[in-house]
Design a protein around this ligand. Sequence first.
Ligand SMILES: Nc1nc2c(ncn2[C@@H]2O[C@H](COP(=O)(O)OP(=O)(O)O)[C@@H](O)[C@H]2O)c(=O)[nH]1
Ligand SMILES: [Mg+2]
Length: 327
Amino acid sequence: MYLSFVLERVNAEIQRLKTNKKTQSGSAPGQEREQKGVIVSHHGIAVNIRFESGEQRLVKVKRRAGHVVGDTVAVKHHRLTRLPRKTELCRRNSRGSICVVGANLDVLGVVVSPLPSPTPGYIDQSVIAARQAGLIPLLVINKADLETAGSFIRQMERTYSESLDIFVVSAKTGQGLDALKLYLRDGLRAIFTGITGVGKSSLLNAIFPTLDLKVGEIYEAGKRGCNTTTVSSLHSLPDGGELVDTPGFNEFGLVDITTENLAECFPGFEQVPHGSCRFRNCRHRTEPGCIVSTMVDSGQIPMERYTAYTEILNQIEAGDARFRTRR
Ligand SMILES: Nc1nc2c(ncn2[C@@H]2O[C@H](COP(=O)(O)OP(=O)(O)O)[C@@H](O)[C@H]2O)c(=O)[nH]1
Ligand SMILES: [Mg+2]
């Protein structure tokens, strides 16, 4: 149903271009100008491109060409060439496959809410993936209007305030949205990720009221959201900056992470003078001369952060080959 809708739009687009060509006197096909643009949504067999001219249209692509939202592309004669990426945010899904979540991004906003609450390790893994990809991670706590929000916000602030910028917001009441908009106004391209139902699409709608993205219901029984957003989409904000909405994913599996990388990107280990342990390949477990263990013993690193680190380290070690698979 959806596929036929996209096909229809692609065919209409091709028809429109053919008609245009006929009416353009003297513009030989060989002289068509190359147009640069950015992919604003991906529909499997076609991508929606916003060109530098401001025009937005669908261009056909091969199904597995690997283009993602945020990719800069050049189009000439209906042929699309992807330009090199500045950044690439990747995650591993529950089947172990690697997915590129978005390209040329500056900021990853990890959206969480008191209900549904984040799955264990979700925030840490998202932050690590962001830092590994060269993105600035933010924590966006949505649904601040809920009765249970107070204790959840305090817990989040206790854990992450030393590591990340935190925005406490409510898509429902508008609380905190101005601060978020101000942050993004500097021309940054941000992506919102988070499990389904935390309010990513609602936040985009609240920030950008003419957008009208579909919003899902929360199932009462499981207190989990249903997946209403099916494709990622990039939107320019009225006051500057860009935001990408994504479908929810409950896992942010790490890709190609080494144990050195893990400690360097882990939220809570920012004060660690990396490379100061006695052994160069120290995993910060029980090795003698480990600077991290000393900082845990002296209270500079909270025990909760250290435990969370070792849990991810265990997963990496258990699935070593899996984590090192190359694309
Ligand atoms: N109380 C409250 N509910 C919200 C807020 N933001 C979103 N919701 C609700 O949460 C549900 C899921 O929202 P949606 O934007 O689809 O979440 P997404 O899956 O992360 O995109 C919807 O029923 C929204 O109305 C908020 O700030 N406060
Ligand atoms: Mg959504």
